[in-house]
Design a protein around this ligand. Structure first.
Ligand code: AMP
Length: 249
């Protein structure tokens, strides 16, 4: 069974994001970029399936600028077998991403497609669900445990107030939650080996699709800066403030 993993290049989660002065978006100049953390968890899960002998090949796909090759190489260093970049300089919105991934699913015929539950840059939480709808595959979102047996996959999902366990027929789409696994670090020998693994490059055009963004960002605003705290003289003053100002007790 082939496993297809979608990985997105986003601003590194450690970076303090700066909004552009004209509020048209986030400043990406000279900003450290990385693989979306939920996609890293997706790669780790796919590699673990391969190590258990349940997956024959792990293919990573990214849609974005040529720079997304970096994230594909990272995934290869973590244990994926080959990569595919769908290169574009245009903005990629979830529906377009899902349509492009569907075209890759048709070419590769994976038994399982693993995506992150959400991109940390745009917080969409849409692509996996749209891909499942477009392909007709079953979907299990927010996975915190995955178990493949014969022609089915059992997925534990994190839902409000507890856990839900589903059994899906393969092929299926899974999106990862934070607690699914702890991704490994790429070792230096594996980073070197990853340089030799194949990465194909294609375009939306070659896949017979054209990007058609439907959403327009009107404005991006930074959160209000946090007000400085104050020091109180004693416990009585603290209790008084909690009671009469914050009104929490
Ligand atoms: P989103 O729906 O944007 O929150 O993204 C959810 C997941 O879809 C991500 O974690 C990726 O696995 C996948 N995805 C979204 N956009 C892209 C992209 N441009 N390239 C590759 N995968 C993507």
């Amino acid at each position: 069974m082939k496993v297809l993993v979608a990985v997105k290049r986003v601003i590194d989660y450690n970076v303090k994001v700066r909004v552009k002065p004209d509020q048209s978006g986030v400043d990406l100049d000279n900003v450290k970029m990385a693989m979306n953390p939920f996609c890293e968890i997706a790669v780790e899960e796919a590699v673990r399936l391969k190590e258990k002998g349940l997956a024959s090949e792990v293919i990573v796909v990214s849609i974005g600028t040529a720079a997304s090759q970096e994230q594909i190489r990272t995934a290869l260093a973590l244990g994926a077998d080959r990569g595919l970049l769908i290169e574009t300089d245009e903005e990629v919105q979830p529906l377009d991403a899902a349509k492009l991934l569907k075209a890759v699913v048709e070419q590769e015929q994976p038994g399982l497609v693993i995506l992150g539950k959400q991109s940390i840059d745009s917080d969409n939480n849409q692509t996996g669900q749209m891909l499942a709808a477009l392909t007709g595959m079953g979907q299990a979102t927010f996975a915190s445990a995955v178990e493949v047996t014969d022609d089915r996959v059992q997925v534990t999902r994190e839902v409000d107030g507890g856990l839900m366990t589903l059994s899906l027929k393969l092929p299926a789409v899974i999106t990862t939650d934070l607690r699914l696994n702890e991704p490994r670090y790429a070792s230096l020998p594996n980073i070197m080996k990853a340089k030799k693994k194949p990465v194909a490059v294609t375009t939306a055009d070659e896949l017979g699709l054209a990007l058609s963004p439907r959403l327009k960002t009107l404005k991006v605003e930074a959160p209000e800066p946090r007000k400085a705290g104050i020091k109180v003289a004693d416990v009585a003053a603290l209790v008084d403030k909690l009671k009469n100002e914050a009104k929490v007790i």
